[in-house]
Design a binder for this molecule. Structure first.
Ligand SMILES: *[C@@H]1O[C@H](CO)[C@@H](O)[C@H](O)[C@H]1NC(C)=O
Ligand SMILES: *[C@@H]1O[C@H](CO)[C@@H](O)[C@H](O)[C@H]1NC(C)=O
Ligand SMILES: *[C@@H]1O[C@H](CO)[C@@H](O)[C@H](O)[C@H]1NC(C)=O
Ligand SMILES: *[C@@H]1O[C@H](CO)[C@@H](O)[C@H](O)[C@H]1NC(C)=O
Ligand SMILES: *[C@@H]1O[C@H](CO)[C@@H](O)[C@H](O)[C@H]1NC(C)=O
Length: 310
């Protein structure tokens, strides 16, 4: 009787159903944003469910990179894959997925071999590297376009001030504006060059910082230009407040994006940059408007000290 049971058991263990089968995954993708990489290996027909009779072997390009001997309870990772490990608590349920640090995870085909007593099986999963851009292409364009547009408009305002309000422009003021404008222009151009579209990197992040942070200069420049041209009016104050608000939004957005490999607050930062450019445009239009209304004022008023809008 017992021998029959033993024979039956042996039959099941060594017979036709002896192979372990897997819920196989053809490939998984890693990006620059994965800190750890998981290669799935899921056995779906374990029977004994005892870690003592299990043996797991992971191979990469035919070389053993990780083994786990259940009997000795010993994981062993090879030198090139030092961080490789499996979750021992999940192994008895058939989960022999390999975890490793991204730095160890070379793309390619990995084979997972699992043995349970005398049954065994293997499955292969391909690890692919997928390049992901830090920001979306459209976001990249807007991040560069808005500040550059704002700077061009700012130079336009400077042009109006020096042409139409010559009398109010002392040479110190003009030189100060030129230096501040040039410094801003150079920083944003350098930032835009560093901020080439691509994967998240320190270079990219510093480029973004160089584009966004110095735009506060635009608020100061616009303030100086307004003061030189016609002093503060309610409308001018409104424009400056709007621009400052844009800057605050842009900097908050920047601080939420700059350390994130896959940022979600790009739109916030971009709206801030857009508002900065819009305020610059409003300022330019307003100046043109005020300047053209003052066309009739004869040049002989040059010497008059009081602000022109009174
Ligand atoms: C494996 O696949 C089967 C169906 O093919 C499914 O029922 C089962 O939940 C899967 N197991 C795991 C661990 O994903
Ligand atoms: C990398 O991370 C993504 C998102 O967190 C995840 O879906 C993917 O499975 C990870 N890739 C690997 C190979 O672990
Ligand atoms: C660990 O694996 C390496 C090869 O991958 C082998 O040379 C070494 O003997 C193994 N160590 C143990 C303790 O099994
Ligand atoms: C298998 O284990 C890994 C961690 O080792 C886990 O991320 C994954 O979700 C598990 N898969 C299943 C189907 O339980
Ligand atoms: C992995 O194996 C698949 C199927 O055999 C093959 O198409 C693919 O090119 C291999 N990948 C690498 C990186 O060798």
């Amino acid at each position: 009787m017992w021998s029959l049971v033993a024979a039956l058991l042996l039959g099941t263990v060594c017979g036709g159903s002896a192979q372990l089968t897997f819920n196989s995954t053809r490939f998984v993708e890693e990006t620059i944003c994965n800190e750890t990489v998981i290669l799935p290996c899921i056995v779906n027909n374990l029977e004994i469910k005892n870690i003592k009779v299990m043996y797991v072997k992971w191979k990469h390009r035919g070389k053993e990179i990780f083994t786990f001997d259940g009997d000795q309870n010993k994981p062993n990772a090879s030198d090139n894959f030092k961080s490789a490990t499996i979750a021992l608590s999940l192994l008895v349920e058939g989960n022999a997925s390999l975890l490793m640090k991204k730095s160890d995870a070379v793309p390619g085909n990995y084979t997972c071999e699992v043995t349970e007593s005398s049954r065994e099986g293997e499955t292969t999963v391909e690890l692919r590297y997928h390049v992901v851009s830090w920001f979306y292409p459209k976001e990249n364009i807007l991040i560069v376009i808005f500040p550059i547009l704002a700077i061009l408009l700012s130079w336009g305002q400077f042009g109006i001030v020096t042409l139409k309000y010559k009398s109010n422009c002392t040479s110190e003021k003009t030189i100060g504006l030129i230096i501040a404008g040039l410094a801003l222009t150079v920083m944003v151009i350098v930032g835009a060059v560093l901020f080439v579209p691509g994967e998240y990197s320190v270079k990219n992040a510093s480029g973004l910082g160089l584009i966004v942070i110095p735009t506060v200069t635009l608020v100061l420049l616009q303030y100086c230009v307004f003061m030189t041209a016609f002093g503060m009016t309610l409308f001018a104050i409104g424009i400056l407040i709007l621009q400052l608000l844009g800057y605050v939004l842009a900097v908050i957005g920047l601080s939420l994006c700059i350390t994130k490999c896959s940022p979600t607050q790009g739109p916030l930062m971009i709206s801030g940059l857009g508002i900065i450019a819009l305020a610059e445009l409003l300022g330019l239009v307003y100046m043109k408007f005020v300047a053209s209304n003052q066309k009739t004022i004869p040049p002989s008023r040059k010497a008059v000290e009081e602000p022109l809008n009174e």
